[in-house]
Design a protein around this ligand. Structure first.
Ligand SMILES: Cc1cc2nc3c(=O)[nH]c(=O)nc-3n(C[C@H](O)[C@H](O)[C@H](O)COP(=O)(O)O)c2cc1C
Length: 317
């Protein structure tokens, strides 16, 4: 079945790095763009090799990847953008959404929304410098720092720039990931934005997708984050109009991820920690998620972990 929109996989730092992303693509497909977790900029360019490794083309051969930058300084941004362009990318996303206190206190992520004059100056410099370089800029934004009332002015700033796409997660920084998404604010975006919009937030199942795409008929793309971590077959479900997660495929996907991490992660504790983090979300695709979550949490080593997962698999054969 042809879907109404394109599907973007949200950037999710700490969870959806290149190993997860590649295996996701191999098992579930249907993602038009994967957004990479943010890379921080610095006056000396991209500092952390681990962050850069995540976006290297040789680690992302089969997926369409959009690198994302977290910055509060236009010169640093431009330097990092050039580095990214030099390895072969032509679209870069700016993070104006990260709610973490250590990020916002430096005026980065959603912290950029606290001073929109400064945001405007940042964007002016960045768009000027990228003009004619072949770099397409997109922005992923929240709707305000403390209040949704800020959004009108924010949209006005964004309207001064011709960006490739504006991805709106309709929550304020204060909302973090809690509280309802603010559809009124998204309606404002649809009414006032001069830029092409992408919707992001709380698409956890096929009904959420239908609700959003039916109300916002003009939206050509949606970005899904936690919904895809919870039920990795969500996009397949939407396209095929099926409401149940493909559990067999989810376990196969799990096994592949587990084996890949086993090969490349140092130390069983790290491996266990990583898998537990993935299950925080994925447990919601299964029956009795709370009971399962407790069992996974209790696993003290990888032997206990493997035994718990085998027990879960046993429920579905
Ligand atoms: C664990 C985690 C890590 C995230 N990391 C990033 C990130 O690196 N960059 C970003 O723009 N958003 C990040 N986000 C926000 C998501 O991309 C997305 O905007 C948010 O979860 C709302 O979408 P959802 O309801 O579909 O999950 C993160 C969210 C989570 C839960």
């Amino acid at each position: 079945m042809k879907s109404k929109t394109k599907f973007y996989f949200a950037p999710m730092e700490g969870v959806a790095g290149y190993i997860y992303r590649n295996i996701y693509h191999e098992y579930f497909g249907h993602i038009d763009k994967f957004f990479a977790p943010f890379i921080s900029t610095s006056p000396n360019g991209i500092k952390k090799m681990k962050e850069f490794k995540d976006i290297l083309p040789e680690n992302n051969e089969n997926v369409c990847l959009i690198p994302q930058l977290l910055s509060n300084n236009a010169d640093d941004f431009i330097l990092a953008a050039k580095q990214i362009k030099d390895v072969g990318y032509n679209e870069i996303n700016l993070n104006v959404g990260c709610p973490s206190g250590t990020v916002t206190s430096k005026g980065k992520g959603a912290g950029m929304l606290r001073d929109i004059e400064r945001l405007d100056n940042f964007l002016y410099k960045v768009f000027e410098s990228c003009h004619g370089t072949g770099i397409k800029l997109s922005i992923k934004t929240r709707i305000g720092f403390s209040s949704p009332d800020e959004f009108d002015n924010i949209i006005e700033i964004y309207n001064r720039y011709q960006m490739h796409e504006l991805i709106v997660h309709p929550r304020t920084r204060e909302d973090y990931y809690k509280n309802d998404i603010n559809l009124n604010a998204f309606r404002t975006a649809v009414k006032k934005s001069k830029n092409t919009l992408c919707y992001n937030g709380n698409i956890f199942d096929i009904n959420d997708y239908k609700r959003i795409t039916e109300e916002f008929d003009e939206i050509k793309s949606v970005m899904i984050g936690r919904g895809a971590l919870r039920n990795p077959s969500i996009v397949e479900n939407i396209i095929e109009d099926i409401s149940k997660p493909d559990i067999k495929k989810i376990f196969d996907f799990h096994d592949k991820i587990y084996n890949e991490y086993k090969k490349c992660m140092s130390g069983e504790r790290n491996l266990l920690f990583k898998m537990k983090e993935i299950w925080l979300y994925m447990v919601h695709s299964m029956e009795n998620p709370d009971k399962k979550a407790k069992k996974i949490k209790k696993a003290k080593n990888i032997y206990e972990y493997e035994s718990v997962i085998n027990e879960f698999k046993g429920e579905y054969v």
